[in-house]
Ligand binder design. Structure first.
Ligand SMILES: *Cc1c(COP(=O)(O)O)cnc(C)c1O
Length: 427
């Protein structure tokens, strides 16, 4: 596969932008080599600047659940842009998107629109702190909530849970207000609350993690989270930026029947344009300025073009529910990949919830970051490049979930399984 133009453009990009990219996940750091420069996307396919075509299993890292360039979404975007790019004043469309979100996500009674998932989580933890008048936020190793300072922290080396900065530029002071616990660890969670419970403002988690590969929270873990936060007066925050409208129209909370106090959304909710949201109980959301006193603002928040893409996407998902078919083709892909890895004698485990899944190169089910960290990343890199050469574009890291879209055909899935079988047999 020739990628000459891609290489030329990326060489220039490296002179212009740090690492040649505007977000590090795109840089192929987890698999080596250089990212592929894209030109066009339609349905389930990407076309790069050299004219190579790929079946896409990233979907822009989540948003494109309807496939790329859905005609209804494009039409909505055109129509909105023709009216106004931005007002900085209220619009009726914001009511419409807010109503769609509130109707879809069981725990959300009131919502605010922002511009990214990061803004949503940053604002939700500020609200949790403002509402409870407490400082400490609990998060879990291997969960990602965007590049919020106080959440960009890692577990300390001791068995204690005090966090340490995970990036230069994050102060020890900031990280000290965050506790990092082990995901799916019920005794660890209870112990942390027994020790620090009266200082904990909230717990934020991905109830089905996508950001260490696909790792579902166990029923017991999620139920304990709800009971322990209620007992100690802390808020439970489901970060459904990835899972919202993905694992089900109503997110993970609609599948497990657990009501968080706050929910953060992003990715699908903006239909491919920059839009995030956070919402939850009305009494909590009413603490936000100008109804309440917790500050959060945004020049482009509720932007009419992004809002139109969100409305069109959610309306399609609600009215034409692609979820049963997504479940069917995702199950087929999962069983095909599992069978291919087994036939090749490669130690593996596969985790899937709806149309998000990860083939882990580790023999045991991945339940937390300690297990995930043991995956055979060199093997994943060879798997990834073998599939690229066969025109299949997976996320470029063992620790990212792949996404199936409504635009994937049965043929695409069978072709992918066939290609994966070939590649796995060579590993
Ligand atoms: C992508 C993601 C974010 C961050 O969203 P951005 O739009 O990239 O800022 C936060 N939380 C989760 C669970 C995500 O997957």
């Amino acid at each position: 596969m020739v990628r000459e133009r891609s290489q030329q453009i990326f060489a220039q990009a490296k002179q212009l932008m740090p690492g040649g990219v505007n977000s590090p996940a795109r840089a192929f750091g987890g698999v080596g080599g250089e990212p592929i420069v894209m030109q066009q996307a339609q349905g389930a396919y990407l076309v790069d600047v050299d004219g190579n075509r790929y079946i896409d299993y990233i979907g822009s890292w989540g948003p494109m659940i309807l496939g790329h360039g859905h005609p209804r979404v494009r039409a909505a975007v055109h129509e909105a842009a023709d009216r106004a790019m931005s007002f900085g004043a209220p619009t009726e469309a914001e009511n419409e998107l807010a109503r769609l979100i509130i109707d879809a996500v069981p725990s959300v009674e009131m919502v605010r629109l922002v511009n990214s998932g990061t803004e949503a989580t940053m604002s939700a933890i500020r609200l949790a702190r403002g509402y409870t008048n407490r400082d400490v936020i609990v998060k879990f190793a291997g969960n990602y909530h965007g590049h919020v300072d106080s959440l960009l922290v890692a577990a300390g080396s001791s068995a204690a849970t005090l966090a340490v900065p995970d990036s230069p530029g994050i102060t020890a002071g900031t990280s000290q207000d965050t506790l990092v616990l082990r995901f799916n660890d019920v005794p660890g969670l209870k112990a942390a609350f027994a020790q620090h419970g009266d200082r904990i403002a909230g717990v934020i988690l991905e109830p089905v993690v996508g950001n260490m590969g696909c790792v579902p929270g166990t029923a017991e873990f999620l139920a304990t989270l709800r009971s322990v936060t209620s007992e100690y007066g802390a808020l439970l925050i489901f970060d459904e930026v990835m899972t919202g409208f993905r694992v089900a129209y109503g997110g993970v909370q609609s599948l497990v029947g657990i009501m968080p106090d706050l929910t953060t959304l992003g990715k699908i909710v903006g239909g491919g344009l920059p839009l995030g949201a956070y919402g939850g109980r009305a009494d909590i959301m009413s603490q936000m300025l100008p109804a309440g006193r917790v500050f959060q603002a945004g020049t482009l928040s509720g932007n009419p073009v992004a809002t139109a893409a969100g409305i069109a996407t959610l309306t399609m998902l609600r009215d034409e529910s692609p979820y049963p078919r997504l479940e069917q083709i995702s199950a087929r892909l999962a069983s095909g990949l599992t069978q291919a890895a087994s036939s090749a004698g490669i130690p593996h485990s596969l985790a899937r919830v709806g149309s998000m899944m990860t083939l882990f190169f580790h023999p045991d089910p991945v339940t937390d970051w300690d297990v995930a960290a043991q995956c055979d990343k060199a093997r994943f890199a060879r798997f990834f490049w073998g599939l690229i050469d066969r025109g299949i574009y997976l996320p470029c890291s063992q620790y990212e979930s792949l996404f199936v879209s409504a635009a994937h055909s049965d043929n695409d899935i069978e072709h992918t399984i066939q290609a994966a079988s070939e590649v796995l047999a060579l590993l």
